[in-house]
Design a protein around this ligand. Structure first.
Ligand code: AMP
Ligand code: MG
Length: 432
């Protein structure tokens, strides 16, 4: 892929900027810092109709060319009046001289001691600044009675430009567009939106023990599940996911897969074959075809990981070589890959929303590594959040991930947790 910024820094240059960089025992925060420096946003921009822009990254600031709303208007169904004519000591009696409906304005002059029947969204008649909701009034022939002490001048009136003033920045570049943003763009009358092109991410699984769905499961083999979790996580990020299948532990097959992936994608995600004890060829081919570091991260699960660039310029892609264990794949994706892909897509990622919840049990935790334990968050009887970890936390037990609705985030320096202690939880809702 070619439309990235020119001359990115080398991996060595990046490492020298990360304080306390130790590839053999890399804290999660340092690994995140490294990756944030490694990736570059794609540059290409395209214009999409508003609805197609959902989940896409806004490429330019959107400045409002109009006031939204365009006129002062009523926030209620009721009667528009002059706030200065409200009596504070007695009922105010006003003559009804007409009506203004949303889309059909009242255009006349309103004499003193008079009012106009009005509906929500209707333009405020000239000179009137306050609306009394209909349910607080009484009708008396052609007059309306407004009780004392109910209203202040300006009540129930929306001001022109109070949502967005002309010339104001409505949305900033880098925003991942959500439903409210589509509405905001539509309220400005925009038909098309400048967004970054979709990120292309190729992925494949490595390992001779892996079988694809539909194949018989020979002795000692497992079905490849990582390509399904990775695909699902990529779908939620709104990238173009390119599935390159299961690649045998064979140098020629691996070379071909990496070369093809780098040529067609901005990023390549693999799983398996990056552990220290690996006898297979994955690491060797990665090193041969790219500029790749092999890390041991101070975390659980998900210790081994390969990171770098793969392929020859201009067909280079960012490589995330994730560990093979099914839980480790997901945890490392959420810890590192998700934010990196958002940055590459041109988004300005927000820090994840964490919940504080009381752990229902004691948790053993060694300081000096970050742990992501799978947990089920619920409301305790007293209304506070509580979290129960999902039994066995082995990194091959994918069911723990499926049962969980969040991850208990035990920070690098943190030690044992006593039952009832509050811990940070990363809820899956919002993340996936
Ligand atoms: P590795 O990181 O290659 O040493 O793999 C660690 C463990 O994860 C091994 O038990 C593998 O069989 C398993 N594993 C690796 N890749 C996959 C996959 N795509 N689907 C399911 N399990 C896998
Ligand atoms: Mg393996």
């Amino acid at each position: 892929m070619t439309d990235r910024a020119a001359l990115p820094p080398s991996l060595q240059e990046i490492a020298s900027c990360v304080s306390g960089y130790d590839p053999q025992a890399l804290p999660v925060a340092q690994a995140q810092d490294f990756i944030a420096r490694l990736v570059q946003p794609i540059q290409a921009i395209e214009f999409r109709p508003v609805r197609d822009a959902l989940g896409r990254v806004l490429a330019r600031d959107i400045v409002s060319a109009i006031d939204v709303p365009a006129h002062d208007n009523s926030a209620m169904d009721g009667f528009a009046l002059r706030g200065a004519e409200l009596r504070s000591d007695a009922t105010t009696r006003l003559r009804i001289v007409g009506s203004g409906l949303a889309g059909q304005n009242f255009r006349g002059e309103v004499p003193a001691q008079a009012c106009v029947r009005i509906t929500t969204g209707a333009v405020m008649p000239a000179g009137l600044d306050t609306v009394v909701p209909q349910e607080f009034t009484q009708l008396d022939g052609e007059h309306v009675l407004v009780p004392a002490g109910l209203l202040l001048p300006g009540d129930n009136r929306r001001l022109a430009g109070e949502d967005l003033a002309r010339g104001e920045a409505a949305l900033s570049a880098g925003r991942l567009l959500r439903p409210a943003d589509l509405g905001l763009l539509a309220s400005l009358g925009l038909a098309e939106v400048p967004v970054r092109r979709r990120l292309r991410v190729a992925f494949f699984s490595t390992g001779d023990e892996l079988r694809s769905i539909g194949e018989p499961l020979d002795a000692g083999c497992v079905y490849d599940s990582n390509r399904y979790t990775v695909w699902g996580m990529l779908q939620r990020l709104g990238v173009d996911a390119i599935d390159l299948g299961v690649v045998r532990d064979d140098p020629a097959a691996l070379r071909e897969a990496f070369t093809q992936a780098a040529a067609c994608a901005d990023a390549v995600i693999t799983s398996g074959g990056v552990s220290v004890g690996e006898a297979d060829h994955t690491k060797r081919v990665m090193a041969e075809l790219g500029d790749v570091l092999f890390w041991r991260i101070a975390m659980r699960p998900g210790r081994p990981m390969a990171i770098g660039r793969i392929g020859q310029a201009p067909h280079q892609a960012i490589l995330f070589g994730l560990p093979g264990n099914p839980v480790a794949v997901m945890v490392t994706f959420y810890a590192f890959v998700r934010e990196a892909l958002l940055r590459m897509a041109g988004a300005a990622p927000q820090p994840p929303l964490l919940l504080r919840a009381a752990s229902t049990t004691a948790l053993r935790k060694k300081p000096g590594r970050t742990e992501f334990q799978r947990g089920i968050v619920s409301r305790a009887a007293d209304g506070r959040w509580q979290v129960a970890v999902t039994g066995a936390q082995g990194s091959g037990i994918l069911r723990s991930m499926s049962q969980a609705n969040g991850m208990v985030l035990l920070h690098h320096e943190q030690g044992n947790v006593a039952a009832g202690d509050e811990v940070d939880v990363l809820p899956f809702d919002g993340l996936i």
